[in-house]
Design a protein around this ligand. Structure first.
Ligand SMILES: [Zn+2]
Length: 143
């Protein structure tokens, strides 16, 4: 059974099989659950969409960042790709080359895209292309 959930951030509807599980909003990319609301974890995440090409098993998938931090990023991939959790991918966004592991993956066929959360294993995002990374680095106060 699919439940219709309204994103607490952008207020668009998407579908989930559970009100408790956290799933990403396919529109704005925040993680939320129907029961617990949006993810409040503050890890210096910055919302910014940067389009890039994701090479995957001989295909060039169109993708875009949704948000990112020093340790990872969420991206959306256009079309209806299916990528297994745990897969390691290497790609570049601008001049930043990173090696990442898929932590979670959700298809959103209603908007023809998939949203996935990636952990950065190697490499880093260039602060010049990802403005804000430096600032969140230096931040030591809890908000
Ligand atoms: Zn949303």
């Amino acid at each position: 059974m699919l439940l219709r959930l309204t994103c607490p951030e952008c207020e668009k509807d998407s579908y989930s099989v559970s009100v408790e599980n956290f799933k990403p909003c396919p529109y704005c990319g925040i993680l939320f659950s129907g029961k617990y609301g949006s993810e409040k974890r503050d890890d210096g995440r910055i919302n910014k969409e940067i389009p890039f090409i994701l090479p995957y098993k001989g295909q060039n998938l169109e993708a875009s960042t949704i948000n990112f931090s020093k340790k990872g990023l969420s991206i959306k991939i256009f079309g209806n790709p299916s990528l297994p959790v745990g897969d390691v991918m290497e790609f570049s966004i601008g001049n930043s080359l990173v090696k990442t592991e898929i932590l979670w993956f959700f298809n959103a066929p209603e908007v023809s895209m998939a949203v996935t959360g990636l952990k950065i294993l190697e490499g880093s995002l260039n602060p010049q292309e990802f403005p804000g990374l430096n600032i969140s680095d230096d931040r030591s106060t809890e908000s």
